[in-house]
Design a protein around this ligand. Structure first.
Ligand code: MIC
Ligand code: SF4
Length: 645
């Protein structure tokens, strides 16, 4: 049967299940990646499995998030990660080498392979024809242990690109257009696969901007074919041997097709506070801007930054605008320096930030009070920048540069500049000395642990009745940044569950941790797309630590749902979505778990208001059921590994 790229890669890795959209499947994982903010927990979990060395083709540990070292915590974690990698067969990308997704694309992406990463933007490598999926740290730990990755067989949405991008319109505008049409919930259970004649005009870094921000659709992943453009990119990275062709069969079909005419596309911008609140730049033009930030795993490639450098050449950023630029990797930083970009940035008054996530995750460079910040990033969730009342907009590097020069939101086409075309280098500067291979004699390596690394909690099986109050009742599209914020203050606590739990729901309701601890147990109730955004498993672990036993919502985001199950929190949806309206915060609920089974509704009693409703456990497979019955994935996995040994 004719297959698209997604189906071909899944078929080549399928270990269990039927490739029918909606069915539970398991696939083999070739490569894994972690970053420092999720990595420490992932490696502690891997260690708990008791396996001496990773069983993947390649595993890489990056340091890019927790880079502000205002105390010992982050530096200690970096040292732990480096020693752990050396001992367990993992490559280690040192702090300074760049953002995990950018570096992975440059140095390790491989068409047709699977990559699982403990970061939601892992799909970046989909720009090079990989099936690259974001997941919680525990799922990465299991994949490093050689266990399959379990997911729901996705539908495949074909995005047909026709025509060619016009000057000052770029890849970011394509993904903003997809977000405008499909929203932040539109991708759940789906893979977005790009095809059509427009694809050939997009470089691999441009394709990766699109697959990166496909995460904001809630999609399982996004993928481009691996073609001659991919081959050329890998050749320029000195890795042509890693190339293989992966294109859809001529008569392959898609579950749905979207068509985008690149000729007609205009510069777009996502307005506060959601990546799908997309407008034409000209509709909001003239809005005063206090800050511009260019970088992040979405838009900090060589071409992005050199385009910005040409736009800034010889000019100075507008009064009242602070411009920050963070190159995506050491390779990008070196090449932009060599080719004169850095000089232009400095001349224009830009603040040069290190090659790391930086402002994207609230690690410094927070906007001023009520300030407008225009960023080339992928997320503008409420409070994420570190300034609650700031207004964060997301746009292309070209639009960002135009805003920095004029001091107001500006369509880059209105600057009157001659078109700028930066072509991809024929040869990238390749220097992998900042990527340390695993130790030759792992037995001699001692894993170095600082006082910030707390012990992993373990949980037992749930009781027969879950009973407790509704600790918080929330609306739609609650992000993991709402549940478990990041930023300069909270991120250093990622290896310390008791400490980080004090910040659960901090952006929405600072009294939550105290109330949850006083109750000792309880439920979270919310609307649609609960847990969208990042892969951070702390958004499940920390509520669990505070006593949350079940989360009852209208629908879940994919990664967060898996994280809840992994940590033994029961995920439930309303059988009648409108029942959401009948439950109030503080209502006392009771759920009888004796009848817990796959695809079977349970009766939930509201003891305060004296009624009962039906709720459905969101468990896709016998495995999910077993995880909940065991109280989480770690104890389940240990038993399974012992059996397979
Ligand atoms: C993000 O962009 O939100 C993060 C920070 O990269 C997260 C991972 C994390 O919370 O550590 C993600 O996208 O998964
Ligand atoms: Fe880092 Fe931002 Fe990318 Fe997350 S989205 S990996 S914080 S650059």
């Amino acid at each position: 049967m004719a297959q698209n790229v997604t189906q071909k890669i899944i078929a080549a890795h399928l270990l269990a299940g039927e490739m029918q959209p909606g069915s539970a499947i398991a696939i083999r994982i070739d490569q894994t990646l972690t970053q420092d903010a999720t990595g420490t927990m992932a490696y502690l979990q891997f260690e708990a499995l008791g396996i001496p060395k990773v069983r993947t083709e390649l595993s890489v540990s990056y340091v890019d998030h927790n880079m502000l070292q205002s105390g010992y915590e982050n530096a200690d974690d970096h040292r732990f990660l480096q020693s752990f990698a050396a001992k367990y067969g993992i490559h280690f990308s040192r702090p300074g080498n760049g953002i995990c997704h950018q570096v992975h694309l440059e140095r390790f992406s491989r068409p047709g392979r699977t990559l699982l990463g403990s970061d939601s933007h892992t799909p970046t490598s989909g720009g090079a024809g990989m099936l690259a999926i974001g997941a919680g740290g525990l799922d990465i730990a299991l994949a490093m242990g050689g266990l399959p990755f379990h997911l729901t067989m996705p539908q495949v949405i074909g995005v047909k690109l026709i025509g060619r991008l016009q000057p000052f319109v770029s890849a970011k505008d394509i993904i903003l257009e997809v977000l405008r049409r499909k929203t932040v919930k539109g991708g759940v259970g789906k893979v977005f696969e790009y095809f059509g004649p427009g694809v050939a005009h997009l470089s691999v870094p441009a394709r990766s901007t699109i697959t990166n921000m496909g995460a904001e659709l809630g999609a399982t992943t996004s993928v481009f074919p691996s073609d001659e453009v991919t081959r050329e990119y890998l050749r320029a990275q000195g890795r042509e041997a890693d190339w293989s062709p992966w294109v859809a069969d001529p008569d392959a079909s898609y579950d749905e097709v979207l068509e985008i005419d690149l000729d007609a596309l205009e510069p777009l911008i996502a307005c506060p506070h959601s990546p799908d609140n997309v407008k034409k730049v000209r509709e909001v033009a003239g809005t005063p801007v206090a800050q511009v930030a260019i970088g992040s795993c979405t838009n900090s490639s060589y071409t992005d930054l050199m385009t910005v450098a040409h736009m800034l050449a010889g000019k100075v950023v507008a009064d009242g605008v602070s411009l920050g630029i963070s190159p995506g990797s050491r390779q990008v930083m070196e090449m932009v320096t060599r080719d004169g970009g850095l000089l232009r940035f400095i001349g224009a008054g830009a603040r040069i930030l290190e090659s790391a996530c930086g402002p994207c995750i609230g690690m410094g460079f927070a906007p001023p009070s009520e300030g407008v910040s225009v960023r080339s990033f992928n997320r503008n969730f409420y409070g994420r920048s570190g300034t609650k009342n700031a207004s964060v907009y997301l746009a292309s590097p070209e639009t960002c540069a135009a805003c920095a020069l004029t001091g107001v939101i500006t369509d880059p086409r209105d600057l009157g500049l001659a078109p700028i075309s930066v072509s991809l280098p024929h040869q990238f500067l390749v220097d992998d000395r900042m990527i340390l291979p695993p130790a030759a004699e792992p037995g001699k390596i001692e894993v170095l642990r600082g006082p910030n690394i707390a012990r992993l909690p373990t949980y037992g099986a749930p009781t027969e009745e879950l009973r407790g109050p509704v600790l918080i009742r929330l609306g739609d599209d609650i992000t993991t940044d709402h549940i478990m914020p990041a930023g300069a203050k909270v991120l250093p606590l990622r290896s310390n569950l008791p400490a980080i739990s004090e910040y659960v729901f901090h952006v929405l309701d600072e009294s939550f941790p105290a109330r949850a601890k006083a109750a000792g147990k309880g439920f979270i109730v919310a609307g649609q797309n609960y847990g969208q955004g990042s892969s951070r498993e702390h958004a499940a672990l920390a509520p669990r630590y505070l006593g949350v036993q079940a989360v009852l919502v209208q629908s879940f985001a994919r990664i967060h749902l898996a994280n809840l199950i992994n940590f033994g929190i029961l995920p439930l949806t309303f059988v009648q979505p409108q029942d959401y309206e009948r439950i109030a915060q503080e209502d006392e609920l009771s759920l009888d778990l004796r009848a817990l089974d796959l695809h079977k509704p349970l009766t939930l009693r509201n003891l305060t208001q004296n009624f009962a409703i039906e709720v459905l456990p969101q468990l896709a497979s016998e495995r999910d059921l077993a995880l909940i019955r065991k109280g989480g994935a770690l104890s389940w996995a240990r038993e399974n590994l012992e059996k397979s040994a």
